[in-house]
Design a protein around this ligand. Structure first.
Ligand code: AHG
Ligand code: MN
Ligand code: MN
Ligand code: MN
Length: 332
């Protein structure tokens, strides 16, 4: 531990993104304002997550979303906060949320050029136990000439301008990429700012951890079964460790920092797996690639999938380059 007074130079998310944009001559300020709205949302959700037990925010709301999942109170609150904040920013044209069946087209008075796809609260099943949860988002820019339609978000993940997540854990961690690498910020509750604590995150080229819901093994297809066997019973006598939280944000966060592989495959019961392409698969694949890793469906680069439906699901494997390459050999 260093002694002495606190450092006089801190880099906040806002100042870092501004300087990145200036370097690439794209500083219109619009993106900065959009990111400010997203940051505010994350701070607000972080506060509510922290006080959930005290504010009676635990438990189900009594409604279901379009995927048939029971919505938790925090799912709905987080979604409302996010929609209100993004609309008020004046920078959005289209919003897609896990919790809204239809895309939200922003009214002319509030309309901007960006389209945001998001999972307001990821890891709902972990809320009541106080385990890490998060918010995931991806940002597209409206296509030339468009004032905002569903077409602006039914686009490949490779066309995203920004992707990120905020993980609500022992601290709130916002991890984001504007296409120039990945940076991680930690919320300093004292000053209410996200501070750059993990500049230029690079995923190790190989890890020692696998992260799958193996409770579904009975339904897994052969390539996945064989791959998992290969890392659990390796010829070198050094099997991988299993870690699975059940919050994609937390499982991906660990994978980015420690390396290894995270997977949610399609199986005999779920033709396309469970994770949603637009607001879970794409943003996490974008971040993984930007950190030097790989993200695949098993048969295709994940970011190259052409979406046809805003809530469609996708098989998803991502992580360290060499680990994902090993998996892909079983799909050939
Ligand atoms: P959400 O809470 O936003 O609906 O997402 C849940 C997702 C994701 O966070 C996680 O990776 C996965 O569901 C866990 O699914 P299982 O419980 O089937 O393992
Ligand atoms: Mn859900
Ligand atoms: Mn989710
Ligand atoms: Mn969710």
């Amino acid at each position: 531990i260093e002694n002495g007074p606190p450092k006089a130079e801190i880099i906040t998310l806002t100042s870092h993104v501004l300087s990145q944009q200036q370097r690439h001559q794209m500083a219109t300020g619009d993106l900065t304002l959009l990111l400010t709205a997203i940051q505010t949302t994350c701070k607000f959700i972080a506060t509510n997550v922290r006080r959930a037990s005290l504010l009676n925010l635990i438990g189900v709301a009594g409604t279901a979303n379009v995927q048939g999942e029971d919505q938790k109170k925090l799912d709905i609150l987080s979604n409302d906060i996010m929609i209100n904040s993004l609309r008020a920013s004046g920078k959005c044209a289209v919003l897609v949320s896990e919790e809204n069946e239809e895309a939200i087209i922003i009214d002319e008075g509030h309309r901007g050029r960006y389209c945001v796809v998001f999972d307001p609260l990821d890891g709902s099943s972990n809320i009541d136990a106080g385990v890490n949860i998060g918010t995931i988002f991806g940002v597209y820019k409206c296509e030339e000439g468009s004032t905002g339609s569903i077409k602006d978000v039914l686009r490949k993940g490779s066309e995203m301008q920004v992707a990120g997540y905020c993980m609500y854990g022992s601290s709130a961690n916002l991890v984001i990429s504007t296409g120039q690498g990945v940076d991680g910020y930690t919320l300093d509750n004292g000053i209410g700012e996200f501070i750059l604590t993990h500049p230029n995150i690079r995923i190790p080229s190989r890890g020692k951890i696998y992260s799958f819901n193996e409770g579904n093994s009975l339904f897994f297809h052969e390539p996945v079964v064989k791959y998992l066997e290969s890392i659990k019973y390796p010829s070198n006598g050094k099997p991988y460790s299993a870690r699975y939280i059940g919050s994609m944000v937390a499982d991906v966060h660990r994978t980015l920092l420690y390396g290894g592989i995270f997977g949610y495959p399609s199986d005999k019961k779920s033709k396309n797996g469970k994770l949603r392409l637009l607001y879970e698969g794409f943003p996490m694949a974008f971040l993984t690639e930007q950190a030097g890793g790989l993200a695949t469906t098993g048969t295709q680069r994940l970011l190259d999938v052409q979406p046809t439906d805003i809530h469609q699901r996708i098989p998803c494997f991502l992580g360290s380059k060499e680990d994902v390459e090993d998996l892909l050999k079983f799909f050939q």
